[in-house]
Write a protein that binds this ligand. Structure first.
Ligand code: SAH
Length: 249
């Protein structure tokens, strides 16, 4: 009895790991998030697919119910996959699932995936750890669970040279305000990458003071806010390409 917690990567199906693809091909049942690409699901050709993902405000299955579904499936099937966008261990409530499964004596194996921050870094061709400018990266989110105390994400964002802010583009004004109020210079370079790794990727760059304005330009896709001196060159590289992007796929 093993549940595989598998990272689906940032969106492009060919950014899936070989291990993830092998396990998906063997899967009897796949519980997946809304953001997982149809091409990735197709690899699980024998599996029953169950959408359990949460995209803020759109579709939600209570976490407790997901935990129970996973445990029930593990008792019935040989290969059960819980497929999560990006890396399963970052901002994906992996701990709650792992903890529940372990308490029910069900084995768990985690298959890492490419997280949005590294996909976004690739998308704009800017290193998150450029030598001489950035020696630390913080992955943060202002989002906390219902009833939880606010986190100290602002403190982490102030302490790190480069910051990747997940689940935040929808509240960019508040984010910028909080950071500036805490002492981050309004002129700090920022970038927003939407749909990183997909042909529909869109990129915006500017300063922290303009964050809300930049975020307002995003469409409907998942978007990551990036912050730090390394993005001072972002404005030059994010000009929307005319026509199709060159694709090595
Ligand atoms: N486990 C995932 C993150 C889940 S939280 C990972 O490791 O990437 C969901 C947030 O991730 C979104 O709100 C957005 O901020 C970010 N995200 C996910 N996919 C993205 C993509 N393709 N481009 C930009 N941001 C993305």
């Amino acid at each position: 009895m093993t549940v595989y917690l598998v990272g689906a990567g940032p969106g492009a199906p060919d950014l899936l790991t070989l291990r993830a693809a092998r396990i998906l091909a063997q899967a009897d049942i796949v519980f997946h998030d809304a953001l997982v690409a149809p091409e990735v699901l197709q690899i699980a050709f024998r599996a029953e697919k169950v959408l359990v993902g949460k995209r803020s405000g759109r579709y939600s299955t209570a976490q407790r119910f997901i935990n129970k579904q996973l445990a029930d499936a593990a008792r019935k099937h040989r290969v059960v996959v819980r497929l999560k966008g990006g890396d399963p261990m970052l901002f994906g409530r992996a701990h709650e699932e792992i903890d529940f499964l372990r308490r029910n004596s069900i084995g768990v194996e985690v298959v890492p995936g490419i997280t949005a921050a590294t996909a976004a870094s690739a998308e704009i061709g800017i290193s998150l750890t450029r030598r001489g400018a950035a020696r630390s990266v913080a992955f943060v989110t202002p989002r906390v669970g219902q009833g939880e105390a606010p986190s100290n994400w602002v403190g982490a964002a102030l302490a790190a040279d480069t910051v990747a802010i997940y689940m935040a583009a929808g509240e960019a004004a508040v984010i910028a305000q909080a950071l500036i109020a805490a002492g981050k210079p309004p002129a700090t370079p920022v970038a927003i990458v939407e749909n990183a790794s997909l042909p529909s990727a869109r990129k915006f760059a500017g300063q922290l003071a303009d964050l809300a304005e930049l975020a307002a330009k995003t469409h409907d896709g998942p978007a990551l806010i990036l912050l730090g001196q390394v993005f001072s060159e972002a404005a030059a590289v994010v000009r929307p390409a005319r026509g199709r992007r060159a694709q090595a796929r």
